[in-house]
Structure formats: structure tokens, C-alpha cells
Ligand binder design. Structure first.
Ligand code: FAD
Length: 382
């Protein structure tokens, strides 16, 4: 990011958080990957240091800081191999729904815990039969006196297994298409709420991605976020930031993959010279470095535009697909440069390569991003 956005205070914060990651996260990554879980203790430690929801106003236990601090946390987590720590989704995707749309009582009840790590949040949109086509979700929420009664299921939910509070998209009017979608808070103790499997994934292993089930799940009517039927509108408002958050993950992973490929190319020798001195490898690295540089310029431009309060829907959709595919190109090539060692767990590029495959899928696939971009160009792709 350019100097104009980062002050000395940001740098001090970055240095402190980098040290925290080096001490509390990086040495544990191998174990957490094997456990398929990050311990709650890490969340509490991050909360204690102000690293959860740093943007939250002080009245809710936050520090009232700008989005730049969330960017720093997201970037440094990935640099320290904590890609699977679900903090950015908690801090910058799920909790903002509570802050923006919950009643004052709900905010008082939940937000302080979001800042301390006692409350982990997640967001449940995707269902077995509806991912890209969110208007087709089947989970229903029926009003019954002072309650909503939810029935249905969600899948692929990040932080789903350990979440204390889930923002659930459900149909309050099943006949009204996307206008019938509402967002409702479901807490882990709500009767009728069950977690299913912790899903076994290709990568991103320490992340507790899970299925969620609602069987006559009853929550107080005050758990409705904002207005009934406005859920889709709220999601569209918030998805910009979620996609930007994923763009950051793409870019930093690409930077790390390039670093691994370059370092290896300088030390590994074949046919009497470092492999980086074969023109083919050198040119490949030159192309990777160019991709990464373009990505950084694009991303920083969007971060700045977002902080300034601009609508970046079109550009962030472009970035989400381009960066999601770029990081996969770069990681593939970086692994290839490692030869057989790249396929071995003890090499960092091995984990990076499998983790980044998710980035062109979640928070909207590349194809859905291209759909948004082309519609904004005045086209009607079918
Ligand atoms: C690791 C991981 C974490 C996730 N975390 C969450 C989470 O926290 N919360 C949550 O709600 N969801 C989460 N998801 C779900 C994710 O958002 C969905 O997987 C994604 O939106 C795609 O939905 P789908 O899997 O149902 O695929 P589908 O929608 O069935 O799509 C299948 C394929 O068809 C393509 N396609 C669909 N429609 C079109 C079209 N109109 N034009 C062209 N191509 C199209 C898609 O691009 C894709 O390639 C997560 C997924 C993963 C893998």
C-alpha cells in the first residue's frame, strides 16, 4: 500500500501484530492443520490485544479504528501462515451485520464478546442446493408470536463448528424470491440448532468449515436483523467488503508464493547452475512478479477507494475474479519451480497451493463475478 494510506501508527500496529503472529500462530500452524481447528485460546489472546473487530466503537469494547487496521491484520495473518484462522471473516464480514442491523439490545448483548473473542461469529448463506443462486435458498423462518421458527440447513460455513453466533439467511416469505430473504441471528444454544460435520476439505485445514441444521429452531423475534425481507439488500451492501477481504487474501498469498518460488530458484541447482538462471525459469518468475505487482496496485487502489466511501461493486468484482485466478497461476508455477519438493508437506508452497484453490470459489465464484461485471457493462449474459 502506498505511504499516503499508512501512517507511522499503522506501521507500529503492523510490527506489533507481526510479532504476535510469529509468537502465537506460526509455530502452531502444523498442529492446528492436523487438528482441523484453531483453539479458542487464540481468539481470547487476540481479543485481549485489540486484534478482533478493531473498528468496533469503544462503547462495544473495540478501538474505533479504520479499515486499514483490518487490512493489516488480514495481511499479516497470511504472511505468518494463519490463512485458516477465521478472524477476518468474524471481524470484517459477520460481526458488521450485527453492528449495522441488530437492535440496540442485541448489540449490547453480542458485540462486546465479538471484541474479546468470547463470541465467534459466522455467516450462513450457502445451502446444499443454493450457493451462487442465493435467492433459491430453502431455509425458512416463520414468525410465531414473539419468535421466529427456522427450518433448513446450511453448508460450507466458515467458523461454523465453533461459532457462538450465526447470521443466517432465511426466507420469511418463501413466495417472494429474493425479496422474501431476511437475516436472523441464531445463537449456539438456540433450541433446534445443530451443527453437522466439520467438513474435510482439500486445504484450508485449520479452518472449521461446517454444516448447520435448523429443526424447528426457535429464536426471539428481536434476533431479526433490520427489516423483514431486506436481507438481500443488506447482503449486497456488505458483500463489497467481504469480497475486498478475499482479494487481500489472494494478493498476499500470491506474494508469498512468489517469494517461495524465487528463493528456491536461487538456491536449487541443476545441470551445474541455479535453476533460476535457466531463461525459462527466470522468465516465468518475471511473469509471476508482474502479475503480483499488478495485483498489488489494483488491490491498494480498491482499498483506498473503499475507505473513502466509494461504491466499488464493479471493480471489486473484477478484482475478486482476477486476483483469485492470478494467485492460483502464481502458486501453481511456484510449486512447479520446486519440482518434487513442492509436493512435500515440509515445503510451505505445498500448503499455499492447496489453500488458495478456495479463493476463486468462496464469497462468489469467478463466474459470478464475471456475471456482475458483464451486467454492469450493459450485457445480459444467460
Ligand atoms: C472453503 C469455503 C468456505 C466457505 N465459507 C462460506 C461461508 O462462510 N458462508 C457461506 O454462506 N458460504 C460459504 N462458502 C460457500 C461458497 O460461497 C459457495 O461454495 C459459492 O458461492 C458457490 O456456490 P456452490 O458451491 O453452491 O456452487 P454452484 O452455485 O452450484 O456453482 C457451481 C459452478 O457453476 C457456476 N455457475 C453457477 N451459476 C452460474 C452462472 N449464472 N453463470 C456461469 N456459471 C455459473 C459456478 O461459478 C461454479 O463454477 C464457502 C465455500 C468454501 C469452499
Amino acid at each position: 500500500m502506498t505511504d499516503s494510506l499508512y501512517t507511522e501508527e499503522h506501521q507500529i500496529f503492523r510490527d506489533a501484530f507481526r510479532k504476535f503472529v510469529a509468537k502465537e500462530i506460526t509455530p502452531n500452524v502444523e498442529q492446528w492443520e492436523a487438528d482441523r481447528a484453531v483453539p479458542r485460546d487464540l481468539w481470547l489472546k487476540m481479543g485481549e490485544q485489540g486484534y478482533l473487530c478493531p473498528w468496533l466503537p469503544e462503547q462495544y469494547g473495540g478501538l474505533g479504528l479504520g479499515f486499514e487496521y483490518s487490512v493489516i491484520i488480514n495481511e499479516e495473518l497470511i504472511r505468518g501462515d494463519g490463512f485458516g484462522v477465521g478472524v477476518p471473516l468474524h471481524s470484517d464480514v459477520a460481526t458488521p451485520y450485527v453492528h449495522s442491523y441488530a437492535t440496540p439490545e442485541m448489540k449490547e448483548r453480542w458485540l462486546p464478546g465479538c471484541a474479546t473473542g468470547e463470541v465467534i461469529t459466522s455467516i450462513g448463506l450457502t445451502e446444499p442446493n443454493a450457493g451462487s443462486d442465493l435467492a433459491a435458498i430453502r431455509t425458512t423462518a416463520r414468525r410465531d408470536g414473539d419468535s421466529y421458527v427456522l427450518n433448513g440447513q446450511k453448508t460450507f460455513i466458515t467458523n461454523g463448528y465453533f461459532a457462538d453466533l450465526v447470521v443466517v439467511a432465511a426466507k420469511t416469505d418463501p413466495k417472494a424470491g429474493h425479496r422474501g430473504v431476511s437475516l436472523i441471528l441464531v445463537d449456539k444454544d438456540a433450541p433446534g440448532f445443530h451443527r453437522g460435520r466439520r467438513l474435510e476439505k482439500m486445504g484450508y485445514h485449520m479452518q472449521d468449515t461446517a454444516e448447520l441444521f435448523f429443526e424447528d429452531c426457535r429464536v426471539p423475534a428481536s434476533h431479526l436483523l433490520g427489516a423483514e425481507g431486506a436481507g438481500f439488500k443488506y447482503m449486497m451492501e456488505k458483500l463489497q467488503r467481504e469480497r475486498l477481504e478475499v482479494c487481500i487474501k489472494c494478493q498476499v498469498n500470491a506474494e508469498e508464493a512468489l517469494k517461495e518460488g524465487l528463493n528456491y530458484a536461487k538456491v536449487r541447482e541443476a545441470f551445474g547452475r541455479p535453476i533460476g538462471n535457466f531463461q525459462y525459469t527466470a522468465f516465468r518468475l518475471a511473469e509471476m512478479a508482474t502479475d503480483v505487482e499488478l495485483g498489488r496496485v489494483f488491490l491498494d487502489h480498491l482499498i483506498r477507494r473503499h475507505i473513502e466511501g466509494n461504491d466499488i461493486t464493479q471493480q471489486v468484482s473484477m478484482a475478486k475474479y482476477w486476483l483469485g485466478e492470478m494467485v492460483n497461476r502464481v502458486a501453481y508455477q511456484a510449486l512447479q519451480i520446486h519440482g518434487g519438493y513442492g509436493y512435500m508437506e515440509e515445503y510451505r508452497i505445498c500448503r499455499i497451493s492447496r489453500d488458495v484453490r478456495s479463493l476463486s470459489i468462496f464469497a462468489g465464484t469467478s463466474e459470478i463475478m464475471k456475471l456482475i461485471v458483464s451486467r454492469n457493462l450493459g450485457l445480459t449474459p444467460q
